[in-house]
Ligand binder design. Structure first.
Ligand SMILES: Nc1ncnc2c1ncn2[C@@H]1O[C@H](COP(=O)(O)OP(=O)(O)OP(=O)(O)O)[C@@H](O)[C@H]1O
Ligand code: SF4
Ligand SMILES: [Mg+2]
Length: 338
């Protein structure tokens, strides 16, 4: 790989699940997602509940095998590798989960939990334990607590354990799936600080998944906004936050509270019509036109978009640069001037 090539390349990635109930339509959870992540950078992936963020993350670390499209890591297509062929790659690609306690085995000591990825790779037990103690210290926990169990730790501490486990094999890319959203706000900042410090010290790349734009504002270099299985806007953080071009990004951003009441009163509110999509809808059900189970032609946001016109009903907008060569891309027939 040359340094100009991204560490991770995702191309037209798709994942269709069978409907969860009998006669339920298949769910197109990920429906043609394309993005890159460079070594050492953070890409924020944001969108409402059910839009396909976790599925995208699980496809990248190959906890799932894609229906179509490709995941290329360090120049190698890993989309359909067998579990055996994936084993050496597991060192490089790790995941941190949303709910720290439910992602840690309650019957294992912290030493065992953190050492587990090393043991899987064949590291001798004594060496793995020593490394687990070093990792405890690296993530701000007391190494003497190695023989405690997960329930003896707070939520923030448990997430530090999850991060230590992800770091055990020296990964280059971590998919962090809502790593702070289950934590109290004060603890969220500590865990975000820790992740930033580790990124600088270890040169990690993150795919940082969150359901709101305010959380990723601080951590990401670039942001990708997802709606019903597709990326609708992507670009450098400063550009997307300063002048969102897609109606969906504008609505998401305008829902983020601003601390200054004067700014909050003066700013423009951008609303979408109707209910938020499938968060309140049972998964896999044949829902309305904004359900991932149903894909009418045209733009998926059309039923909720105040800017929709005739072409939005017939032509699916594709992600394209806002101007030739621009890093910002938008999938909308009528984007705001960027
Ligand atoms: N194993 C599965 N079988 C069937 N449908 C699934 C499965 N996993 C996810 N889905 C469906 O795929 C869609 C995307 O789910 P996903 O968990 O990726 O969304 P998300 O953006 O991570 O949501 P959240 O913010 O709530 O975590 C949803 O409609 C979900 O119900
Ligand atoms: S393509 Fe049309 S419906 Fe879709 S977001 Fe743009 S204006 Fe709205
Ligand atoms: Mg999720």
């Amino acid at each position: 790989m040359t340094s100009a090539e991204p560490l991770l390349s995702v191309r037209d990635l798709r994942m269709t699940f069978p409907g969860r109930r009998r006669a339920a339509a298949p769910v197109r959870a990920v429906d043609g997602v394309t993005f890159d992540v460079a070594a050492g950078e953070t890409l924020g992936l944001v969108g409402e509940s059910g839009c396909g963020k976790s599925t995208t993350g699980r496809l990248i670390v190959r906890l799932l095998e894609p229906t179509a499209g490709s995941v290329t890591y360090d120049g190698r297509d890993i989309s359909h590798l067998s579990q055996r062929a994936l084993k050496p790659l597991r060192k490089d690609l790790q995941m941190v989960f949303q709910d720290p306690h439910s992602s840690l085995n309650p019957r294992q000591t912290v030493a065992r939990i953190i050492a587990d990825p090393l043991l899987v790779q064949g590291t001798p037990a004594g060496k793995a334990r020593t490394r687990a103690a070093e990792l405890m210290e690296l993530v701000g926990l007391i190494p003497e607590h190695l023989d405690r169990y997960p329930h003896e730790f707070s939520g923030g501490q448990a997430q530090r354990i999850g991060i230590a486990r992800a770091l055990a094999t020296g990964p280059r890319l971590i998919v962090a799936d809502e790593p702070v959203s289950a934590l109290d706000v004060s603890v969220q900042a500590q865990v975000v600080n820790l992740m930033e410090r580790l990124q600088h010290e270890l040169g990690l790349a993150y795919l940082f998944i969150a359901h709101d734009l305010s959380v990723v504002k601080r951590v990401c270099d670039r942001v990708a906004v997802m709606y019903l299985g597709r990326i609708v806007e992507t670009g450098p953080k400063e550009q997307v936050y300063a002048a969102p071009a897609h109606p969906y990004t504008r609505a998401l951003l305008s829902a983020v509270p601003v601390p200054d009441p004067a700014v909050e009163r003066a700013r423009e509110r951008v609303s979408l019509l109707g209910e938020p999509s499938q968060s309140s809808r049972p998964p896999g059900r044949r829902g309305g036109p904004d359900s991932p189970a149903v894909h009418p032609p045209g733009c998926a946001l059309r039923p909720r978009c105040p800017k929709a016109q005739g072409i939005c009903r017939t032509d699916t907008p594709v992600l394209r640069a806002v101007e030739p060569g621009a890093a910002r891309q938008v999938a909308c027939h009528f984007p705001e001037a960027a």
